[in-house]
Design a protein around this ligand. Sequence first.
Ligand SMILES: Cc1ncc(COP(=O)(O)O)c(C=O)c1O
Length: 440
Amino acid sequence: MDIALRNAAKEFMVRYGGDAFPNLFVSAKGTIVRDDTGREILDFTSGQMCATIGHNHPAIVEAVNRAGEKAYHMFSGMIPEVVAELAQTVARDWMPERLTKSIFVNTGSESNEVALRMAKMFTGGYEILSVGGSWHGITGGSGAISFASDRKGYGVPTPGVFVMPEPNAYRPYIQADTEEASALACLELGLKMFDMQSSGKGAAIIIEPIISAGGVLVPPKAYMQALRRAADARGMLLIFDEAQTAFGRIGHRTGSEFFGVVPDIMTVSKTLGGGLPMAGTITTSAIEENIHKKGFTYYTSHVSDPLLGEVGLAVLRVLQDEQLVARAGSIGGYLRERLLELQQRYDAIGDVRGEGLLLGVELVQDRESRIPDHDLGARTTKKCFEKGLSMNIRRRPERGSVWRIAPPLTVTRDEIDRATAILDESLRESLDERARSRAA
Ligand SMILES: Cc1ncc(COP(=O)(O)O)c(C=O)c1O
């Protein structure tokens, strides 16, 4: 451990929010990250939900080396061969039929900026309807349409943004007989409010197929179908932000495939770059043609960079060669079973939800009241880390205490068994500790 470097991090780095560890980190391979004490930690968030094929997969390392021999970067008007091949592979092998035209940029936030610019130019409108609990990024446009992140303190957000209540089966805003009826009632109310406020210049409705930062909420299929109809009825485009759901994580090629609903624009990022800053926005040829004629521009320093083309192609090949999409479904099922077993033993586990290897575990004070248990979440997450398991907990007073569990698609049963044993032990110790301190 290099204390001087730990101090340097404190002295010279801006603190950028979120939970930060006191340790520094040195390497990552597969499901394991190693810290500056040499400790191995199971990474059950795939970094920032990006390393779907495992950290530093040899195919990614080779891709980076290949780009080193050919080119990392080019003038943005020079389309590298490898980027043309990536666009073709994305369209032919991964997207729903209508989505054939891609642009490749660097981050999820940026992919959504592209989508918003496309939708505004195509429709001539500017209003964007988003859902509560959404996270689409932190740049100007993407941050303005995000409602899981902190919006306060950064000045005037982009005008024309509307929010409607998200479908949350565990904490429904509107009680109804079924999960589906409750979700549809939220949508109906949200649309009514939007229609009341709209100046008639609707551009798009945007949603993550699984609302991840909002607590890993999986809307009913009928909700997504109704959203498609709602967009069409208003002449707005439907955008799916598939930063986390595209390319296999949920056991399907995309969230669009899972829901059987095709958006007009899909944004992808984390799961395409496999850990490198790679993102894309994919739309139909009709929309692309329309906005091109109107002068559409999204010209940046790193659009279509060959380095990221090599990496994206490598990630997609590994997903196919190692059959990781199907694996996410099967091994995700195994992980879910282990979590459900824990739920049977701990009253504090209120809900286990999600799809494939994007799972959410919600902690409550007791199942009856469903009051979020933020203290238990914080204690247990810390203990897990000390015992060698890194987990991400979303803790916001208004939306519960939810672990987002998303290990690489290459995670083994043995790693899942180790992780759930650590979780079990950490939960038990946290609950015992708290009971002792309350008794004292
Ligand atoms: C669904 C979704 N969209 C967009 C983003 C923003 O991506 P980035 O952080 O790469 O800008 C995130 C990041 O967490 C996300 O989860």
